[in-house]
Write a new protein. Sequence first.
Length: 354
Amino acid sequence: MPLNPLMIGPYRIAHPVLVAPMAGVTDRPYRQLCRRFGAAYAVSEMAASNPALWRSVKTSQRLNHQGEPAPIAVQLAGADPLMMAEAARYNADRGAQIIDINMGCPAKKVCAVAAGSALMGQEKLALDIIDAVVQALANRREPIPVTVKMRTGICDSKLNAPHLALAMEALGVSMIVVHGRTREQGFQGYAEYETIRQVKQAVSIPVVANGDIDSAAKARQVLDQTGCDAVMVGRAALGRPWLFAQIATELTGQPAMADPSLDDVREAMFDHFEDHINFYGEASGVRSIRKHVAWYLPQWASLSGLQQVNGLLVKDWTEQTLQRFFVIDRPESQRVFLAQCFDLLLQNQWLAAA
């Protein structure tokens, strides 16, 4: 199926492979990493609409887009139309070029305040929020599109995304992203794409498919099945940011892209490590980088092609290595340890080939 250019309001997106916003993950260093590895568009982590939190360290970091390419997209979460509208204006005044409304997060602490995917079950409130945000951004010198990321529905018996999408379009939403699970599912089970196909058929604005897109072949399958304009990749790219480029080459008709070498992965990991530590500072960064290493390390071991490392099954070696890494509390020691891990994998590769 040929793909049309993806337009979000006035913004033309280079190709149809986007980064899914993930709280605690898609910070500026991670977004920049994904862009370097081929993602065409990335949205900020979910930011609170509560003005009492706007100047907190956490929110300030989430809204830091310094050095990122346009368009700058900020995702907002909340359950109060006036507060969401004010948050949209606040971020637009500080450089946001696209505002995304979170109707997809299934986290209990988000749903407990009627935000995120809880809005799938409160249709009037959801549409009031969207209307308030769209109106708050109207008549600005530069247009600021409003997008929405939502779920297929509340539960399997109430898949209300298609008719919600139609109402969203009527209110002026410029693009809709649909995760192929219900609010009730969270991240359990498997994504389904029939409801996403129905959303695409219901509206004329761009629709993006999200959920369980973990390979170039799967991305092509989902686009063919749904007729969507783009795919959004989230958890599948954790530890393997090159997935964006692999999908992009498939969808744009270029020759298939192989997995990177261990040396390439080493370079990517250390670039990400340095950006992360510089962004958060050593005291905080030494802790927050750990989850990324926990995603990278199994990928390194997999790409090595080894069955064993130093006499241990790869799975056991990976678990032991992560346990040792998690107690290291200085960035310079983390760097040395990670370099030793790579050297060990390369040494075992050489021994296996000898």
